[in-house]
Ligand binder design. Structure first.
Ligand SMILES: [Zn+2]
Length: 181
């Protein structure tokens, strides 16, 4: 009788341990999932490959450069907003776009300074300043100090890194002015 009780209590202990540890494990997992969804834009290579075209992946994530005069936006003149093709963050306005003659879409300033971050780039035996989307860290292009007034800057961006959305800037400008009055 006593040995049977002893065996039963061992079984109960083992079952309790297994239940406890599996419950603990699944809690850990759900916390990890939560953290991943909070940093939704910190995707793995695999996740980026799944949601970008091969060309977008090569330029945005591997810091590639499209051939000059081949991109869809270098001659583009419609009024609107250029967003990041990786995450949709609004990066540049058509109001600051100009023809730099470089063959890439060029802007003299970003839509807001905190939308575009910069980083020293020492590749190709040159010192350049790389520009990246602040939303997802995607590579946009480079910024140079040979741009027009008033900033004197040239944000030279790959068309592939951008997604254009047509908008009427006059309308939004009037709206802003009215709000400020
Ligand atoms: Zn982005």
């Amino acid at each position: 009788m006593n040995t049977r009780l002893y065996k039963l209590s061992i079984v109960a202990f083992v079952v309790a341990t297994v239940l406890f540890s599996s419950g603990y494990g699944s809690n850990n997992q759900s916390n990890e999932n939560k953290n991943n969804s909070i940093n939704g834009l910190k995707k793995s290579k695999k996740e980026w490959k799944a949601c970008l075209s091969p060309e977008e992946y090569q330029i945005l994530r591997e810091k590639g450069t499209e051939m000059a005069f081949t991109g869809k936006y270098y001659k583009h003149q419609e009024q609107g907003v250029y967003k990041c093709s990786g995450c949709g963050t609004e990066l540049f306005s058509s109001e600051t776009k100009y023809d730099s003659g470089s063959g890439w879409p060029s802007f003299w300033k970003p839509i807001a300074n905190d939308k575009v971050s910069s980083k020293t780039d020492m590749s190709l035996s040159m010192v350049r300043t790389e520009i990246l989307c602040s939303g997802c860290g995607g590579h946009l292009g480079h910024v140079f100090n040979d741009g027009p007034k008033p900033t004197g800057m040239r944000y030279c961006v790959n068309s592939v890194s951008l997604e254009f959305e047509a908008r009427n800037p006059k309308f939004s400008k009037q709206g802003e002015q009215k709000e400020n009055e």
